[in-house]
Design a protein around this ligand. Structure first.
Ligand SMILES: [Cu+2]
Length: 595
């Protein structure tokens, strides 16, 4: 195969033939706040021309039902684990990163000579449910080691003392979240409140539409035809799965009929690893100006913002609340949503005007299609967009930040002979001149700070004890080549800065536990990223992208619950491979009693 072929392939499934499914809704207020959700094996058809797939899903569905809650009205969910085997996903590591024609195996369906993993085939259905974005007491937060086996129900109480936002619930089992979520264990959860209603935003069908975007791959039969069997495939060069087919609300490349009106799209990237950069095109021309972003992870922004000029970037677990105006369009008009982000994502830009040509096999993006929107006839219903949205949060003042405790975390990728790379969070503690061991030296103009590693793996001693009600500044120092979406459980945070760095890691600097590196707060000459904070990141976030060659600083304040929580990379293959750490939120008056 010649090199130009590496930019495009004919999709083996017809795009834009299935209608976008809308997940069923479970409205908590209609059931007195008491819900039962069965976690079950089921069957699902991902595309008109695919056989049915076996899945594991909430209520046996992909995605699970959308739970709708009201701020201040608690919801109790009995999660009933009724899973039964066999595990519906075949997990494999292909022996080579590319096939005989040079096509990366992750762009192709089928096992690519990989063996079906026996460990995954042996899974019997342990699960635990985490409500991502929920302000949830620790005992109901879905600690990754507190599992419920089939037959063991769990009753979780969600206070819902939190602002309106799109949350999502998903499996969070230590080591196998990547497999369980891939099998289908994810669903949306909406919190609504009065402020949203005052603003007259669309609520419910037809004008409010959830879009849960994921990527999936399927096995092939002996004749080379697609089966519906879900396939989680990685390769020796790429330890994350970047499957070729984009699925929205459970359908590959669906189509949504819209009226000539303003729609509200509630978008979640629920993929294991893939970051999307979404561009809306009409007649091959980007029309991003149709889109106004009004909300992010934890709900409304203070004011509406345009999406970035290159497109809307969403890494795994990030959300966007969008108003999209179709009111000027004639019936029959078609718009297409495309993804222009290469994988693994490293923050590199890609101009929206080139979106049509975004297909890139080396970038593990064989099919940029996401979905199509087709305008139907109907009454024109354009909504004006309020200029002021949220009024309930402020940025922390410089005085508060100057006094705030600071924490530093290095993000590290460690190569191990004959094994998949380990991604870890190295929690750092500053040391004085007497310290002579391996150190991370951070040079910021005249100021030099040296750190040693105090925690390297999930099971290491807890070192973060944030005080309730007090701001802290966390510095996330990326010493890897990829973007990591870092997620904190419990309260949201705000981004303060993205600061370019260059760094050196000496030979053998990344040890099992130690780390030696020199980090300089200055741009690397080869670095092409702008390290900007997008307008849509200046809201209340629970997941933030940390790009290569940068330190991201976030202002973190836990207000609600004392307890043991976790923070982690939301690339599921990374969190399963140790890129996760605990923290314990503390009531200040208990600190004197801590040994
Ligand atoms: Cu990561």
């Amino acid at each position: 195969m010649n090199a130009p072929m590496l930019h495009a392939m004919t999709p083996p499934l017809a795009p834009f033939v299935d209608a976008l499914p809308l997940p069923s809704r479970l409205i908590a207020s209609e059931r007195d706040g008491r819900l039962t959700v069965r976690i079950r094996a089921g069957e699902h058809r991902f595309h008109r021309d695919l056989p049915v797939s076996r899945i594991w899903g909430f209520e046996g569905m992909v995605p699970g039902p959308t739970i709708e809650a009201e701020r201040g009205r608690p919801v109790t969910v009995e999660w009933r684990n009724e899973l039964e085997g066999p595990f519906p996903v075949v997990d494999t590591v292909a022996p080579e990163p590319a096939d005989a024609d040079g096509v990366p195996v992750q762009c192709l369906p089928g096992l690519s000579d990989g063996k079906p993993g026996r460990d995954a085939a042996g899974l019997t259905g342990h699960t635990v449910v985490h409500l991502h974005g929920g302000l949830t007491p620790a005992i109901y937060d879905g600690w990754a080691e507190n599992l419920f086996a089939p037959g063991q129900p769990a009753v979780f109480h969600y206070p819902m003392n939190q602002r309106a936002a799109l949350l999502w619930y998903h499996d969070h089992v230590m080591g196998i979240t990547k497999l369980d979520v891939y099998a289908g264990l994810a669903g949306l959860w909406t919190v609504r409140d009065d402020r949203e209603r005052e603003l007259g935003l669309p609520e419910g069908p037809p004008f409010e539409v959830p879009l849960l975007i994921q990527d999936r791959n399927f096995d092939l039969d002996e004749q080379g035809r697609l089966t519906g069997r879900l396939l989680h495939k990685t390769d020796p060069d790429v330890m994350e799965a970047f499957p070729p087919f984009t699925v929205v609300n459970g359908k590959v490349w669906p189509v949504l009929e819209v009226r000539p009106a303003t729609y509200r799209f509630r978008v979640l990237n629920g993929s294991n690893a893939r970051t999307y950069r979404l561009v809306l095109l009409r007649d091959r021309v980007p029309e991003l100006e149709r889109i106004t972003q009004i909300g992010t992870d934890h709900g409304l922004l203070r004011a509406p913002v345009a999406v970035p000029a290159d497109g809307l970037v969403l890494a795994s677990a990030e959300r966007a609340d969008l108003l999209v105006d179709f009111s000027d369009l004639e019936p029959g008009t078609e718009l297409t949503l495309l993804n222009t982000a290469r994988a693994p994502f490293d923050g590199s830009s890609f101009p929206a005007v080139d979106a049509e040509h975004a297909a890139d096999l080396d970038g593990l993006l064989p099919y940029p299609q996401v979905m199509r929107l087709r305008v139907s006839a109907g009454d024109v219903a354009r909504r004006s967009i309020p200029r002021t949205l949220a009024t309930d949060y402020e940025s922390p003042s410089p005085e508060v930040l100057a006094k705030a405790p600071r924490r530093a975390i290095a993000l590290i990728e460690r190569e191990i002979d004959g094994e998949t790379n380990m991604l870890t969070m190295r929690e750092l503690e500053s040391v004085d001149a007497e310290y002579t061991g391996p150190a991370v030296t951070v040079v910021d103009d005249e100021e030099t700070t040296r750190y040693r590693v105090v925690a390297a793996h999930f099971e290491d001693t807890t070192t973060f004890f944030p005080m309730l009600g007090e701001y802290e500044v966390w510095q996330l120092i990326n010493l890897t080549g990829d973007t990591h979406p870092i997620h904190l459980h419990l309260d949201p945070f705000q981004i303060l800065a993205r600061r370019p760095i260059r760094y050196e890691i000496p030979e053998g600097g990344i040890g099992e536990r130690d780390l030696a590196a020199t980090v300089t707060l200055a741009r690397d000459p080869d670095d092409e990223l702008d390290h900007a904070i997008d307008d849509n990141e200046r809201g209340l976030k629970d997941t933030i992208r940390v790009n290569p060659n940068e330190i991201v600083e976030i202002a973190v304040r836990f207000n609600t619950y004392s307890g043991r929580y976790m923070y982690h990379c939301h690339i599921l293959e990374h969190e399963d491979r140790d890129m996760m750490r605990p923290f314990v939120t503390m009531a200040p008056e208990l600190m004197p009693f801590m040994a």
